[in-house]
Design a binder for this molecule. Structure first.
Ligand SMILES: Nc1nc2c(ncn2[C@@H]2O[C@H](COP(=O)(O)OP(=O)(O)O[C@H]3O[C@H](CO)[C@@H](O)[C@H](O)[C@@H]3O)[C@@H](O)[C@H]2O)c(=O)[nH]1
Length: 239
């Protein structure tokens, strides 16, 4: 039986986290959940601790402040690898990633995928609840990065993903620099450069109804630049 670690980074998700954990526990009862909370001012970390105290499948990694999505995942993955997990998931805590898709991720991993991406940009996939601006940023961002990096993956910024242990080893987590949503692009690009197999499965992403997105101008600009850095590193043989 493969050991699965589902990582969810949290920053001010007090209204979403209990339902998120409950739904993941019901859908994947064998999996463990690691919440990475960045000292959320709304007390999400305390809520996570209270759930973890009652459920041995749930643990919490507390960090001192808002250190970013990318470093949250890297810290959690390194911890999970040291603990011997075989496969790793990324999921947002805000209920935009529906657990009903977990079986298709597990199936793709079983069939040999190294990375499974919950894709909004393939037949059967879509986004509900975003305004025009956010659609343009997301679709445009995927197209921009696909074109510059020469990748066939349709949804490069999705945050609903699964990795085999082999994929995380190949990526060499210590050399990943991106911290915002461009972290997603960098992880997939590095894996593909090392010959990992990527499979996209369709998901309908439903925008959060509680709490707020942490998308910012800084995160957007980081992504614009990261793509060129990755291309340069690939051209110069660094990745
Ligand atoms: N620990 C921690 N968690 C964070 C941080 N920033 C965001 N998060 C958590 O990361 C998850 C996603 O953040 P959101 O800010 O809700 O993302 P979004 O705007 O809905 O963006 C979605 O779309 C992006 C673009 O496609 C995706 O890249 C992203 O992963 C996500 O799926 C949430 O659980 C949120 O609390 C941070 O600095 N630290």
């Amino acid at each position: 039986m493969k050991r699965t670690l589902i990582v969810t980074p949290t920053y001010n998700e007090k209204d979403n986290l209990p339902r998120f954990i409950e739904s993941v526990r019901a859908a994947a009862p064998e999996a463990d959940i690691l919440v990475v909370d960045d000292n959320s001012p709304d007390g999400t970390g305390d809520i996570a601790d209270a759930i973890a105290a009652k459920d041995s499948h749930v643990r919490v990694l507390h960090r001192a402040g808002k250190l970013g999505l990318g470093t949250a995942y890297i810290q959690a993955f390194l911890k999970g690898m040291a603990e011997g997990y075989d496969q790793f998931f990324e999921m947002d805590a805000d209920l935009s990633h529906d657990v009903k898709y977990l079986p298709s991720f597990f199936q793709a991993l079983d069939e040999g995928a190294d990375i499974v991406i919950g894709s909004r940009n393939i037949p059967g996939g879509q986004v509900e609840g975003w305004g025009v601006g956010r659609h343009v940023i997301s679709k445009g961002g995927s197209l921009y990065s696909r074109t510059i990096l020469g990748l066939g993956v349709k949804d490069l910024t999705s945050g609903y993903k699964a990795f085999s242990r082999r994929a995380l080893e190949a990526i060499q987590l210590g050399s990943v620099h991106s911290n915002g949503y461009s972290f997603q692009i960098e992880m997939t690009f590095r894996a593909i450069r090392r010959g990992m197999k990527v499979t996209e499965v369709p998901i309908v992403f439903v925008d959060r109804t509680l709490g707020a997105s942490k998308m910012s101008r800084k995160i957007f600009l980081e992504a614009v630049g990261v793509v060129w850095r990755l291309r340069y590193e690939a051209l110069t043989g660094k990745i």
